[in-house]
Ligand binder design. Structure first.
Ligand SMILES: Cc1ncc(C[n+]2csc(CCOP(=O)(O)OP(=O)(O)O)c2C)c(N)n1
Ligand SMILES: [Mg+2]
Length: 658
């Protein structure tokens, strides 16, 4: 192997060597522990250490690195105390996830490392967000993110590279091409010569680096990082290397041809560099032994600390308390003039005032800048706040949700507009797996609001009419808001943005221009988890949210003899169970009306909760009225049949007569 050491002095070269040796020796120890059944799973990076180490050493320590499952060298080179790493792998409290996630699935702000989620691809977009923050804060920093060649087949790779290029974000996309993705060889993974060649299609520069040559990795990446810091832009770097062990230890390498393994064994990054240093007279046998003894002592001492540490005692309260970051709701309600405005204006005003209040709040979405968004909610925002904060995005829901996560990691709030709530499916993975679980996993909040223009009654068919809140109320870690009135929409949006947790904010399109109300002109907030009882009566409790509240109101207006409590839930997560129970205990009858199709909708959970908490007060079975068990159809007459509005009055009367 050719080592072009140029300006590197002996100290620097020895540092590179020691930094590679440490993860190698930790791994050798891990393999023993694995055989003894003391750790459960191990993804080996043996043979790939030069990449982790070289890249990490080329980065400044305040710059973020987003490593993968084979990048132990990133963690050790950033000098995370080994007992904490061992603690992490054993699920101990000294680790980084309180036993909640395994192996390298963690991040740490202290060491500026953001670990992967199992799904591989999402972190590429998260790197975009961190890099965007570097631009917005004028920091001249690079972000490095890793993926295997297998991960490059995921859509997230395409989306993240495209966004980074369009926005000229200072990200180094580091692909470790190690020949296999689990058992899949590269020729079954992609059909081009070099992954680096893909950069051309994104309008991005690329580099191919021998990933087994530590000097090459370090010097070339150092040059790239320095250049990116001076002139922010993304780069795709393909490191050619090889995975010397199985995908994970239990799965072996039977499917890997022996001659490949033998050929690459000759290129071992640690052994080759060691002989080079010895040949150059930079390392002698005694020093070599001493270095190894020092590392081994460090490993053993720290393993001992981790082994002696008690396991975490399960405590339900601790678990439940860590699903959301604590948020002290701050009531803001200065008396101000009110004006009758539409639902849509309330959202637009609320968003605008939050942009004024949080002067680094960023909003992102398709066509939201000059065009003002398809519903015109952000009309005039670019003029008021500039293009840096009001960002048109390519069509890439995943990458944008991931970018929002990255911004949050750097302390920047963001609001993402889904053009239609239906399209959140294209960004579903990062919403339910990244935003929702991040705080629970490693105490990193996702300070993101997703605006979700949703709902039917507008003859827009199966892909522009869904009300998909139940996909999210089901997922711990997400808050779900669903206002029915302009006043609530404005105040709740302000709170959603103040709340440091991920919030899905549903805006029913049918209400946008049809519902008007007097709304204070100034900024104000409203609390989550407080339903509003908008009509009072003793005969029955009607529970609804969103457009269904208006259907219930219309039904009650047409039937003045019915005395009902009408509860508008306003937020679904948190859910104001107290208001529901108090009312049902009073009336003895409950009917839940929702626009969602019936099975698995939140009506089912409310019904179950009522059975569990109010059974002895009930005078009739709980009734749920919701949409048909079909997708939502386009033609108006079919849509009306699908929606529950016209079935509600009859069901309500049947319940009252029970
Ligand atoms: C979305 C998703 N699909 C499949 C997997 C299972 N899986 C985990 S790692 C892996 C192979 C990844 O290959 P590559 O990106 O080349 O990384 P390497 O393991 O070679 O370092 C697979 C298939 C996963 N974790 N997530
Ligand atoms: Mg691979």
């Amino acid at each position: 192997m050719d080592y072009n050491i140029k300006s590197l002095d002996a100290t620097a070269l020895l540092e590179l060597y020691k930094n590679m040796l440490k993860p190698r020796m930790i791994e050798e120890k891990m393999l023993i522990l694995l055989r003894q059944g003391k750790i459960s799973k191990w993804f080996s990076g043996i043979g790939q250490e030069a990449i982790s180490v070289g890249v990490t050493m080329a980065m400044h320590k305040e710059e973020y690195i987003l490593p993968m499952h084979r990048n132990l060298g990133v963690f050790t080179t950033r000098k995370i105390p080994l007992n904490r790493l061992f603690g992490q792998w054993q699920g101990k409290a000294s680790g980084f996830t309180k036993g909640r996630d395994r192996s390298f699935h963690f991040g740490t702000q202290e060491y500026k490392i953001v670990g992967m989620i199992s799904h591989l691809g999402p972190q590429l977009g998260v790197a975009d967000g961190i890099a965007l923050a570097s631009i917005l804060k004028n920091k001249s920093q690079v972000t490095a993110v890793f993926t295997g060649e297998g991960g490059t087949s995921e859509g997230d790779f395409h989306e993240a590279l495209n966004v980074a290029s369009v926005w000229r974000l200072p990200v180094m996309f580091c692909v470790e091409n190690n020949g296999y993705g689990l058992s899949t060889p590269t020729n079954e993974q992609y059909n081009c010569k070099n992954i680096a060649d893909k950069a051309l299609g994104y309008g991005m520069e690329s580099h191919i680096i021998d990933g087994n040559n530590i000097v090459d990795v370090f010097t070339k990446v150092s040059k790239i990082t320095e250049s990116i810091r001076n002139k922010p832009r993304p780069a795709l770097i393909e490191f050619k290397t090889f995975r010397m062990r199985g995908h994970e230890e239990a799965s072996g390498t039977k499917y890997v041809p022996q001659d490949l393994l033998d050929g690459w064994a000759k290129k071992d990054p640690v052994i080759n560099f060691q002989s080079f240093l010895k040949n150059e007279g930079l390392l002698n046998e005694a020093e070599e032994v001493e270095i190894k003894e020092t590392i081994l002592a460090e490993i053993n001492e720290n393993l001992d600390i981790a082994n002696k540490e008690d396991i975490i005692k399960p405590n339900e309260t601790n678990e439940l308390n860590d699903v959301f970051q604590e948020f002290e709701y701050e009531e803001v309600n200065v008396f101000s003039e009110s004006k009758e405005i539409r639902f849509i204006d309330a959202i637009s005003d609320g968003l605008k005032q939050s942009m004024q209040k949080h002067n680094d709040l960023v909003i992102m979405g398709q066509d939201i800048a000059e065009y003002g968004g398809v519903f015109k909610i952000t009309d005039g925002f670019v003029e008021a706040f500039g293009k840096e904060r009001v960002r048109n995005t390519p069509i890439c829901e995943s990458a944008i949700v991931e970018t929002a996560m990255g911004l949050s990691i750097t302390g920047i709030k963001s609001v993402v507009e889904m053009q239609f709530a239906d399209f959140v499916t294209s960004g579903f993975n990062p919403v339910v797996n990244y935003l929702a679980k991040s705080y629970y996993r490693w105490n990193q909040n996702a300070d993101v609001v997703l605006r979700m223009p949703c709902g039917g009654g507008v003859a827009a068919g199966p892909f522009h009419s869904q009300t998909n809140e139940a996909w999210f109320t089901k997922t711990p870690g997400l808050k779900v808001v669903y206002p029915a009135f302009p006043y609530d929409a404005k105040g709740l949006l302000a709170t959603a943005i103040n709340d440091p947790n991920p919030v899905l904010f549903f805006e029913h399109k049918g209400l946008y221009r049809s519902i008007r109300q007097d709304v204070p002109e100034d900024y104000y907030t409203l609390p989550f988890g407080k339903a509003s009882t908008i009509k009072k009566g003793d005969d029955v409790t009607i529970i609804a949210y969103g457009a269904a509240v208006h259907w219930a109101l219309e039904t009650l207006d047409n039937n003045p003899s019915i005395n009902a409590d009408l509860i508008d839930l306003r937020t679904l997560q948190p859910l104001d169970t107290q208001t529901i129970y108090t009312s049902v205990k009073k009336t003895g009858k409950a009917i839940i009306l929702a626009e969602d199709s019936l099975f698995g909708s939140i009506t089912s959970d409310i019904s179950a909760l009522l059975m569990e908490h109010c059974f002895e007060y009930l005078d009739a079975p709980i009734k749920r009225v919701a949409s048909l068990e079909t997708p939502i159809p386009f033609a108006s007459q079919l849509e009306q049949q699908y929606l529950p509005k016209h079935r509600f009055e009859k069901e309500l009367k049947l319940l009252l007569d029970y």
